[in-house]
Design a protein around this ligand. Structure first.
Ligand SMILES: Nc1ncnc2c1ncn2[C@@H]1O[C@H](COP(=O)(O)OP(=O)(O)OP(=O)(O)O)[C@@H](O)[C@H]1O
Length: 419
């Protein structure tokens, strides 16, 4: 083992200091970054580091993917490391494929980890990824949030994802693999200028004479992330003062909102939109300018499946009925709109959670006694058997059923402070 390599695994171990997990998952695609991650973690393991378990996701999108997963499995077997291949087979043809595949990958890995009681997974993003992402975001006119560094760790469900290679260069990692005679899979799109990432890589080389380097950009991205975290600290303070949680709605004191600095107000509204819609990406730019203006003016508006309404004293953000009108999930075990589930109720075949809508409110005439505004009540779930409403506990007619929010207030604040 070379001296340089020793330093590298120490650096990775440093990411997990002072409480390394007992067992660590490693997401390995077979590309150079994640294979080097595995090689270095394995060296740490030999020197007292965590037990490893490797996971590869086969997206079923390229014919070589199964072979690549098998190659990773072979490398693991040679080292006595358990390996699992997870298959993504439920793409419905909707949305942007790379983005959907990426999200599916994290979801599959988080579910797998949950099933086997694994609390931590390492992934192989490097300083080069950081710098390329920075340039790509710059091209889209991003501000502080978009230009902020990728997080070194974040939690998804009960699982922590880690990026211990963010301080390392791709070339140094390839050197690690060459030194160990490990061959990696070359991504066929690596030279295809149709991809923004490939163009960003080329641009980085061109920027070098200006002194704009991968390390330099990664450093700026980290400074941006510090600023972002500070801003979200203010957002959290503001939310504690002026935000109320009410039957799935988020309600703001208008006077308090009007007094916020615009950058704080904007992020508070974005966080609220994300909270109610469950969307990973919340609106930015012009759409958000319009929404912020509507909030200041106390005008109603819909955005991202959420509805803003105002009274003299309050601003209320609710789910928009149209966004959930067609949504039905089994009452037993189903999660409705990513937010609600049945907590208690009779074991009844065919019972489903679906929006109350007009029909639901007609079927439970005392819904007003629950104190929920009509527009919000329409978009709340009730329990249905076909067309028959069995219970609407969120507007005061339980009839033996109880429906609970999946995420509580603490989650909202935790999300703010995880930036
Ligand atoms: N098919 C896969 N199976 C297992 N792990 C993977 C797979 N693809 C990517 N990874 C993990 O994710 C890391 C980042 O890979 P890549 O940059 O391709 O992913 P990404 O998720 O698209 O990135 P981003 O999160 O920046 O969009 C890899 O180093 C590896 O650890």
């Amino acid at each position: 083992m070379t001296q340089g390599a020793t330093a590298l695994w120490h650096q990775i171990a440093g990411h997990f200091h002072p409480t390394p997990p007992r067992r660590l998952g490693v997401a390995v695609s077979g590309g150079s970054d994640s294979l080097a991650l595995l090689a270095l973690l394995d060296e740490w393991r030999e020197n007292g580091g965590p037990e490893l378990i490797v996971v590869t996701v086969d997206h079923g999108l390229r014919s070589e993917a199964a072979n690549e997963a098998a190659e990773v499995a072979r490398i693991c077997a040679a080292r006595g490391i358990p390996h699992e291949t997870l298959k993504w087979r439920d793409w419905d043809g909707q949305g942007n494929l790379p983005d959907r595949a990426r999200r599916a990958r994290y979801r599959l890995m988080a579910d797998w980890a949950g099933d086997i009681g694994l609390g931590d997974i390492a992934i192989g993003h490097t300083a080069d990824d950081q710098a390329e992402t920075f340039l790509m975001r710059l091209a889209r006119g991003a501000g502080v949030d978009g230009l902020s560094a990728m997080r070194a760790r974040w939690q998804q469900g009960d699982v922590w994802f880690h990026r211990p290679l963010l301080g390392l260069r791709r070339e140094a990692l390839r050197e690690v693999l060459r030194a160990r005679g490990l061959a990696w899979v070359e991504d066929p799109t690596n030279d295809d200028a149709a991809y923004a990432r490939v163009r960003a890589r080329a641009a980085l080389t061109a920027l070098d004479p200006l002194g704009i380097t991968v390390e330099g950009l990664a450093d700026v991205a980290r400074k941006m992330a510090d600023v972002r975290a500070t801003l979200y600290g203010y957002v959290s303070d503001a939310a504690k003062e002026i935000l109320r949680f009410e039957a799935g709605d988020l309600v703001l004191a208008r006077a308090g909102f009007a007094a916020l600095r615009p950058e704080v107000a904007r992020r508070l509204l974005q966080s609220m939109l994300g909270w109610i819609s469950g969307a990973e990406y919340v609106p930015r730019g012009r759409a958000m300018d319009g929404f912020l203006a509507a909030a200041y003016a106390g005008q109603g508006m819909t955005l991202q499946g959420c509805m803003l309404s105002a009274t003299d004293c309050e601003l209320r953000l609710s789910r928009e009925y149209n966004a959930v009108a067609g949504l039905r999930v089994p009452a037993q075990g189903g999660v409705w709109d990513g937010r609600w589930r049945v907590d208690q109720g009779p074991d009844m075949a065919g019972a489903e959670l679906a929006a109350l809508g007009e029909a639901g409110l007609r079927a439970c005439p005392d819904w007003r006694l629950g104190g929920v505004p009509r527009a919000s009540a329409l978009a709340l779930p009730g329990v249905w058997l076909g067309d028959e409403l069995l219970g609407a506990p969120l507007v005061g007619w339980a009839n033996g059923w109880s429906i609970k929010a999946i995420r509580g207030e603490e989650e909202f604040f935790k999300t703010l402070l995880s930036h």
